[in-house]
Structure formats: C-alpha cells, structure tokens
Design a protein around this ligand. Structure first.
Ligand code: PEP
Ligand code: MG
Length: 674
C-alpha cells in the first residue's frame, strides 16, 4: 500500500470536470484507490463520491493506493492532479462568486421594485414574468418484483438515459460548443457512477422497487453534495438530480423534460434550472431567466451565456413569490430584476437593449468584411479551433482562415492515438470546410497542462519545463511522423500550413522541418508553409535567426506570458498576475514582429491576447499581421480593428513599450488590469 499527499491547484477546486478526469485516470488502474480529504475517505473511482469531498482550491488530498500497479497509479495521478486535470487554468477560469453556494440575499431597491441577484449571462430582457415549477416524476411505491427483476428494470432505464444523454451531448456540441457539451459528459459519468449504482442496488435488495431505490440513492447523494461548503460543488447536486430524473422518466415512461411554457415570450423564474432544462429553452418563448439558486459558475449560467440568453442566478427565494404576468426588466449584466417598470425605466432599458443588439448584429453582419483600419491597414482575423464543427462555424463568423487548430483535441478522450487515416480524414474535412482559406495545423502539443494518459510519460517535476510540445514529438518521432503524413496527405484538399509548438532552439526547429521535407518527398505532397509558435522567450529573442528559416511566426501569448514572467499558468497563486500586457511580454512580441518583417515573413498572435479588447490596439500597433481568436470572438475583433487608426494604434503601442509595469500599460489603454 502506498500513500501520497497532493494539493489541488484548480482555482475552483475539484469540481465536476476535473473530478471526472481524476476518476477516469484512477479507473485505468487495477489497484484499489481511495482519496482522503479532511476526515472523509472515498472511492477514487466514483465521481460523485470524489465530489462529495468538496475539495477547494489549494486543498490537500491524500491518495491511498493498494494493488499490483500502485506505483504507476500513484505517479500518473500525481501528474494528472498537478497538471490541472485537464482544466485550462489560466484561460480565465470563471471567477468564483462570493456567495459560497447560498443564494444571495436580494437587495431590494426602487421602493421594493428591484431585486438583485448574481449576473449570470449578459443582456437585457423585457417582458412578463412566468413562474416555472418543474414537474418531478412521482415514484410509485408499489410492491417490488424480485430484486433481480427490479435491478434489470433499473439497468434498462439507465441504458435509455445513456442514449438520450449521448444524443444531447452531440446536439449541444454542434449547436453551442464542445466546452458546454462537456456538461452532459459529466452527466454520463454520474450515470455510470459505481457508488450511486451500488446505493440503488442495496436499496433494491432490501425490498424497494427500482424507482424507489434509485430515487433514494440520488436524493441521499445530492443532499450530501448540497451540504458541501463550496458553491461549485454544491451546484452539482442539481446535476445529480437532473440525471436522477432522467432515469426515473425512463423507468416510468414519463414525458421528456423541457419546460411547458405559454406561447407569448416571458421572463422565466424558477427555483433553479437543470442544465437539461436550460438547453431545451426555446429562445422564441424565453427572453431571459432568473433563478432563486445557482451561482455565476454553475452550468446553467455557463449555458445561458453560450446561448446568449440574459440571466440572473442566485436571486434568492423572494423571486419565487412574484406574481405571474408582472411586467419586468431583467438586466443580466447588472443582475437586477426591475418589477413593474416606469415609462422612463422601460425607455432606457429598451434603448440599451437595442444598442446591445445592434452592436452584436452589426458585428455579425459585417463579419464577412475585411478588418481594415480607418487609415487603410489590413489585419487578417482568423479563428482558433479544436474540431470540425468549429471549422464549419468559423467561416460564418467571418474568420478568414484558421490560425490555430489545436490537434491535441483529436488525441484526448480516447485510449490510443488516432491513426494516420483517422487524422487524415479530420484534416481533409477541415480543409474542405474552410473552402480555400488557409488552415494552420499545430502539431501535437502534449505535456505541460495537457497530459495524455495513454502515452505513459515519465512523471516530471516541472512538466511545463519538460518534454512538452515539439520536444515530446521529437522524442516520440512515431507520433510526429504519423501526424505529418496525415497533414501532408490532406494538403491536397486545401491550403494547410504546419506549425510546431514550444520550439525553443534552432535544432528543434531544424529537426522538425527535416521530417516535413522527408515526408513531403515520400508522399510527393504539395508544398506547405511551415512555421513555429513563438511561446518561449528564447524563440522571441532569437527571432532574427528563426525568421530566416521559417515561413511564419505565430505568437502563443498564453505560454509566452507564463514563461517570460516565470508564472505557471496553472498555479492560482500567480496566474492572476500573469498579464500578457506586461511590458516584458510586449517587448518580445515587438522583437518577433520586427524580425519576421525584416526577413519578409509574417507574424500572427493566437494566444488569448488576440481577442482582448485592451490588447488589440497594441498588437495592431506593434505590426502583428494576423489575430487568431476563438470563433464567437471573431466578429468583435474585426469590428474593433475597423474602428482603429493604425497611427493611433502605433502610438498606443509605443507608449505601452515605454511603460515599466503592466498597470502602467493598462493606464495607457485606459483600462483596469484583470
Ligand atoms: C498559447 O500558448 O498562447 C497557445 C495559443 O497555445 P495553448 O494555449 O494551446 O498552449
Ligand atoms: Mg501554448
């Protein structure tokens, strides 16, 4: 038996998604694995049990591992926990609200006509209130058949719920995005949770019918979770009840979920909404919603933001007493619900609503126009994508190509690397979807905060400084060869470009480029542009030497910031100060751009900074040729470039370079630091 103490670095603790990664990693091993936190010890292979620990950020857990593969299990789990369990921690993990799970007491203003909750999703809705009381499935208390028959009924219902959730997951992935769809992956994990099933089985064996047994197991688990101090984890009780109801519906043949609503559009009020309810809300009937419970980081709020539905959460029980049909203004930016608004209040709200809509619609309508500054300087605006669905959306949102395809997404969530043919098909389909626009395919960027369990890499003390990105691929040329063959075969279907991540030395670059040259000759493939990510300060400092040999640079400001400032992007203690507008980072960007232009090459930025409204003028002023942003951000980035004058942008950029601190840069741009 082996033990190990670890600290959970995720800013939101061991919440649903990292817990799922943790449990899936644990499940790969034969050994019995227990996790201890405070006085409680649970099975590491049960998501729900792990969630009930309520581990907050910086919390300590003890792993107790017993079995034939205990050493490997311990090393793998250590690495997985320390590298963030798949959380992109520095990518603006949502800021936890301060209410710690309890609905905020509504602040009542305007003579009792204004209720205040937590801003859940931006935007303004004006309309009558409608109280939604979800119908819960009643469990019959009738006599049970034999335990074996009741177990079989439960298994069948769980299988039906699994099919529904798998379909929902696919639909949400296509309609909204992979990140939001992950909520339903978490639901699938709950459905397959061994401890939940064991509790239901025990109840059935003691004489309850399948519905009663399942209901009892779900309720006691949800109640245990709801008690956890942490807001995010307490919110998971909603997910467990949501999954519980889905199985009960399958057991009883009750109609599918989804609020039954009046025909005329309303502002929906509810005690809480499940993620399943939220994705099935019809935007033609629901103008916005306000829930008594919930927090800004709950899945319901995340989905509302992705759906563009104004929302207030955590508004307190008082909202449940409001009368149906009361006219109201819901402001999702401020978290206020104004009841029976006066004429001037209505006029002001509709003016702001109008302005917001016009801005969004104008940006989208103009999305296909090029991004040219008022004084005639063009900036390419392209998209960061992770899969084919996003490639299809990219063009609709005005992207002029793909600036970064993160291919590691093809390698995650599976047990073996994708084959050459599998990869070829994805790259080919993405090239075809982009209809002749260029696509930069980044080769596998594994390591650092993106572990790949099936590669069984040695655990590293400092994975961000270890075998990451191109270093790993050069150490595992089989992986890189397969990927390069797939890309070069797909290059016959559209202008693909190859980009290597984490390049630090000229030797790395030359070895990688050599492989491209050899494989291209082998396949008689078309010529492709080959470039590097500039995300390590060494690459920026040596940019003049690299610029002679590469076709282009793309600056990965997420990593360039962490490596320049020596601030681990996954360590919450420092991630907050890891500001890409720090002048040290800006000097490296300037150096890179200058070097590329001197050699007749071009430079893009594909880190988060490219979509940051404070950074866009500086990047344009520094001479960055291409900005690559997440798909939904593309129209706004293009709109911002069109409002800029290059001369003004250059002046802001040179003022920023003259600053000594990030705070001074923010003053120059007229904004406050994050
Ligand atoms: C970056 O580092 O800025 C980048 C775009 O790559 P990733 O975030 O995938 O490391
Ligand atoms: Mg990077």
């Amino acid at each position: 038996m082996k033990e190990l103490d670890l600290i959970v670095p995720n800013p939101t603790g061991l919440h649903a998604r990292p817990a799922k990664v943790f449990v899936n990693t644990a499940k790969k091993f034969k050994a019995d694995i227990r996790v201890q936190h405070g006085a409680k010890t649970v099975n590491a292979k049960s998501v729900i049990s792990v969630l009930t620990l309520g581990v907050e950020t910086g919390g300590q857990i003890r792993l107790v591992v017993d079995g034939p593969d205990e050493d490997e299990a311990l090393a793998t789990l250590k690495e997985a926990v320390e590298s963030g369990l798949g959380d992109e921690l520095s990518h603006g993990a949502p800021v936890a609200d301060k209410t710690n799970g309890r609905p905020a007491a509504p602040q009542v203003g305007l003579d009792g006509r204004m209720l205040k909750g937590i801003p859940g999703a931006g935007g303004i809705a004006i309309g009558p209130l409608y109280q939604y009381r979800p119908a819960t499935v009643e469990v019959a208390s009738g006599a049970a058949a034999s335990p074996a028959e009741e177990q079989a009924r439960l298994q069948t219902a769980i299988a039906a719920a699994r099919t529904e959730l798998t379909t929902l997951h696919q639909q949400v992935q296509q309609r909204i995005g992979a990140e939001e769809a992950a909520i339903f992956e978490a639901h699938l994990a709950i459905l397959d949770d061994p401890d939940l099933f064991a509790a239901a089985s025990d109840a059935i064996n003691s004489g309850q019918n399948a519905g009663q047994g399942w209901q009892a197991a779900v309720e006691s688990t949800a109640a245990a979770l709801a008690k956890v101090k942490d807001e995010l984890l307490a919110a998971r009780a909603v997910d467990i009840r949501d999954v519980g109801q889905r199985v009960l519906r399958a057991l009883t043949g009750a109609a599918a979920a989804g609020p039954a609503l009046p025909d005329d559009p309303i502002i929906l009020i509810a005690a809480d909404l499940t993620p399943s309810d939220t994705v099935t809300l019809d935007p033609n009937r629901v103008l916005g919603f306000c829930t008594a419970a919930g927090g800004a980081n709950g899945h319901t709020a995340i989905l509302a933001r992705a759906l563009g539905l104004p929302a207030i959460v955590g508004a307190g029980e008082a909202v449940l007493t409001l009368d149906n049909s009361t006219p109201a203004i819901l402001n999702g930016d401020t978290g206020t619900l104004t009841l029976s608004p006066t004429e001037p209040e209505l006029a002001q709200a509709s003016a702001s609503q109008q302005a917001q809509r016009q801005r969004g619609a104008a940006q989208l309508a103009a999305a296909q126009e090029p991004a040219i500054t008022t004084d005639g300087h063009r900036v390419e605006v392209v998209a960061n994508i992770g899969n084919l669905a996003e490639a299809r959306q990219a063009l609709q949102f005005g992207a002029e190509g793909v600036g970064l395809l993160r291919t590691e997404f093809l390698f995650l969530e599976r047990d073996t690397p994708p084959t050459e043919d599998e990869q070829f098909e994805v790259y080919r389909d993405i090239a075809l979807a982009l209809a002749g626009q260029p696509v930069i395919i980044r080769t596998l960027d594994i390591g650092g905060d993106k572990p790949l369990p099936y590669l069984t890499l040695p655990a590293e003390e400092n994975p961000f400084l270890g075998q990451r990105g191109i270093r790993l691929c050069l150490a595992r040329p089989d992986l890189l060869r397969t990927q390069l063959r797939a890309i070069l075969r797909a290059a016959a279907f559209g202008p693909l470009r190859i980009m290597f991540p984490m390049v630090t030395t000229l030797e790395d670059w030359r070895a990688a480029r050599q492989m491209v040259t050899e494989i291209r000759a082998e396949l008689n493939a078309p010529a492709v542009e080959v470039g590097i990510m500039v995300e390590v300060p060494a690459a920026a400092l040596l940019a003049p030497a690299f610029a002679v040999e590469v076709d282009f640079f793309s600056i990965g400001t997420n990593d360039l910031t962490q490596y320049t400032l020596a601030m681990d992007r996954t360590n919450p203690a420092v991630a907050g100060q890891a500001d890409g507008l720090n002048p040290a980072v800006l000097h490296l960007i300037e150096r890179t751009v200058q070097a590329s232009h001197a050699a007749g090459k071009w430079t893009g930025v594909c880190g988060e900074l490219a979509a940051n409204p404070q950074a866009v003028p500086i990047l344009v002023g520094l001479g960055v040729d291409e900005l690559s942003a997440s798909v939904p951000a593309v129209p706004a980035v293009k709109a911002q470039v069109r409002e800029l004058a290059l001369t003004a942008a250059k002046s802001v950029a040179s003022q920023a370079l003259a600053c000594a601190t990030a705070a001074e840069v923010h003053r120059v741009t007229g904004t406050t630091p994050p």
